[in-house]
Design a protein around this ligand. Structure first.
Ligand code: PLP
Length: 399
């Protein structure tokens, strides 16, 4: 016998990874250039030169120190570098003591949720959301409560307020958003904060805003994404270098606790974060990568490539009659399916070698996610396939 939940999570698989695995098999069958694989959010732009240069330099340093254990919380010099970097953009000054370096955003979320949730407590997430939130929350012994979006895929704040209960302990936000590309702007964050503060008073306990930000730098127009620390006191930020530095396989990121969390509570929460990481067996984030990040913090891959892809894909699909929200950030386009059943639409797209992730596991029905962290050439070559698909649904006739 095995635990029911782990068995179910293992058997159900991630819809994204399942489609990506299908893509790999299909490319082996028919040739890589015949398949239009928009399934997975792996960066398509190389890491900036400082990453490889720093790795080469580090290889000439003391091997035992380079590859050995680090403090569980991360190297002191890296924690300071992260705090300095954060403090450039935030009026709330973050202290290195409350930064926990971890294996990417996935580990950060798992650790934070384990650290905060008591059995049966609730985490609220705004649909559409990263499907792993459900697994991470349930794995931490909590329940995920889903708030449906409005027409523009922005959080529905009335629904949000109604969904808060005595059991609400965490509210997860993700900005810029996977899968919609929506960026939460200052007015929304201010309103969310007011709702949360009112609920904290009503229920007489803290409610934490867990801000998942692996796409923070991937904002293409206007102002950068607002810093969430500036809007709400009980904020825990979860950051990753997977996307900004194109290091998704290297597993490096961090958690940062706001200095506005009341001092005693902040110490206890940080201790609980350390305990959750310990109980998860993370030991420490990769030593080599910690040193690379310390040198490269503030740098990014060439994000302009994604901006060009966004234009190409969005304009191309709109021209064919597809309905999609213009994404402000991240590297995903969320496209409304021309039929109700997103899985059926995704299956039909496969006939034309188009791999599009159905939205059901993102907490909304009737959309597909198209990841545009791919080559511009593939986007161009995929257009005839999208055209046939659009024609099959008569989309071009409706224009
Ligand atoms: N959160 C969101 C919204 C994501 O899209 C991803 C990965 O795609 C993660 C978390 C996990 O990122 P990481 O690779 O840093 O674990």
């Amino acid at each position: 016998m095995f635990p029911e939940k782990t068995l179910a999570w293992g058997r159900s698989k991630s819809c994204i990874r399942e489609l990506a695995a299908y893509g790999t098999a299909r490319k082996a069958q028919v040739g890589a250039d015949k398949v239009f694989d928009f399934s997975i959010g792996t960066p398509s732009v190389p890491a900036p030169p400082c990453v490889n240069e720093t790795i080469k330099e580090l290889l000439n340093t003391d091997s035992c120190a380079l590859h050995g254990y680090t403090p569980a919380v991360g190297l002191p010099s890296l924690r300071k570098a992260i705090a300095d970097d954060l403090n450039k953009n935030s009026s709330v000054q973050i202290s290195p003591e409350y930064i926990y370096v971890c294996c990417g955003a996935a580990a950060g979320l798992v650790i934070a949720l384990r650290a905060m949730l008591m059995p049966g407590e609730e985490a609220i997430a705004f649909a559409p959301f990263f499907p792993e939130y459900r697994v991470f929350t349930e794995g931490a012994g909590g329940n995920l409560v889903c708030v449906k979006p409005d027409e523009a895929l922005q959080p529905d704040l009335e629904e949000f307020e109604k969904s808060i209960t005595e059991k609400t302990k965490v509210v997860i936000i993700n900005t810029p958003n996977n899968p919609s590309g929506v960026v939460l702007r200052a007015d929304i964050l201010r309103k969310m904060s007011a709702i949360l503060k009112k609920a904290e008073e009503k229920y007489n306990h803290s409610i934490y805003l867990l801000s998942d930000e692996p796409y923070r730098e991937l904002v293409y127009d206007g102002e950068p994404a607002p810093c969430v620390f500036d809007y709400y006191h009980n904020t825990v930020m979860c950051y990753s270098f997977s996307k900004s530095l194109s290091l998704s396989g290297e597993r490096i990121g961090y958690l940062a606790l706001s200095s506005e969390i009341e001092q005693e509570e902040r110490d206890a929460l940080f201790a609980s974060v350390s305990g959750a990481a310990r109980a998860s067996g993370y030991v420490n984030a990769p030593s080599l990568m910690q040193r690379v990040i310390e040198k490269c913090i503030g740098a990014t891959s060439d994000i302009s490539v994604y901006k060009e892809n966004r234009e190409l894909l969005y304009n191309g699909l709109k021209e064919l009659g597809f309905d999609c929200v213009y994404p402000d950030g991240a590297f995903y386009l969320f496209v409304k399916c021309p039929e109700k059943d997103a899985k059926a639409f995704s299956e039909r797209a496969k006939k034309y070698e188009l791999l599009l992730v159905p939205s059901d596991d993102f907490g909304v029905e009737g959309y597909v996610r198209v990841a545009y962290c791919v080559s511009a050439d593939m986007i161009r070559r995929s257009m005839p396939a999208f055209k046939v698909l659009a024609e099959e649904y008569g989309l071009n006739l409706k224009k």
